[in-house]
Design a protein around this ligand. Structure first.
Ligand code: NAP
Length: 248
């Protein structure tokens, strides 16, 4: 790494969109710093990419502070990706623990990591990329908890852009539709069969499709801020409207 090398921090880099983003940022020349709870995975990925990996639980303030202390004083990209959905039930059957976990990761985690790294982002004239979701723009039955946290993440992102106006720090909201990752397996508590059905009969986005958009956003000229990017599979028109079995 030279003094010219740009530094990117990726949260939730142990699988899916985070891992793919780390790979593509490394390919684009960034030195990557990876965070997640499954350290075996991020350590292997960091070794492959020539980056660094540190344990990170975004639901825990002390863990976030310890992780951010390992990060150099000036960074160029922060990808707030850690998060996901837990459960898919009507509100009448909502479980407190599931909702709390979703708030802890998707909202509080995003706030904690961003708060801790803001001085370093200012120092590096950095770029904050928040991975929200189309669930932050629409709602669907049984998805109140996840839609609520992603709507919140979107609101936080917009607010941050207002607060940072007048500084060189850029803020981008990337909102994917259906992406085949471990997302559905986590949402359905490890039920692989149920998770696979989500992607039955259509071609979902891949983690690499989203990573490609992250790299595009952060490599625009410094005066260009891509505020919001929504991407979905061709087969999907809304969260709950997707054609299956027609070759798309
Ligand atoms: P994934 O494969 O399940 O990846 C989720 C990542 O988040 C993992 O690396 C996980 O790492 C990390 N994570 C979860 N809780 C964490 C915590 N407390 N502290 C630190 N890291 C944590 O799912 P994905 O699809 O790539 O999801 C990435 C992001 O994209 C999420 O914010 C998700 O809501 C969003 N998204 C996904 C889709 C989709 O359809 N897949 C669509 C729109 C938006 P550890 O478990 O190792 O900590």
């Amino acid at each position: 790494m030279t003094s010219e090398t740009k530094i990117a921090v990726v949260t939730g880099a142990s699988s899916g969109i985070g891992a793919a983003t780390a790979r593509q940022l490394a390919t684009a020349g960034y030195s990557v710093i990876l965070g997640a709870r499954r350290t075996d995975r991020i350590e292997a990925l960091a070794a492959e990419l020539g980056g660094a990996a540190h344990v990170l639980d975004v639901a825990d303030t002390a863990s976030v502070e310890a992780f951010c202390a390992t990060v150099p004083d000036a960074i160029h990209v922060l990808v707030n990706n850690a998060g996901g959905a837990i459960g898919l039930e009507p509100l009448a059957q909502a479980r407190d623990d599931d909702w709390l976990q979703m708030y802890q990761t998707n909202v509080m985690g995003l706030m904690r990591v961003t708060r801790a790294l803001l001085p370093k982002l200012h120092a590096g004239k950095g770029h904050i990329v928040n991975i929200t979701s189309i669930a932050g723009r629409e709602t669907y039955p049984n998805g109140a908890g996840y839609c609520a946290v992603k709507h919140a993440a979107r609101a936080v992102t917009e607010t941050l852009r207002l607060e940072l106006n007048g500084t060189p720090v850029r803020v981008t909201d990337i909102a994917p539709g259906m992406v085949e990752t471990e997302f559905s397996e986590v949402r359905f508590f490890g039920d692989k069969e149920r998770a696979a059905k989500v992607y039955d009969g259509l071609t979902p986005l891949t983690a690499d499709d989203v990573a490609d958009v992250v790299v595009f956003a952060v490599t625009r000229p410094w005066h260009v801020n891509l505020d919001e990017i929504v991407l979905k599979p061709v087969a999907q028109a809304r969260a709950t409207v997707a054609v299956r079995g027609v070759g798309l």
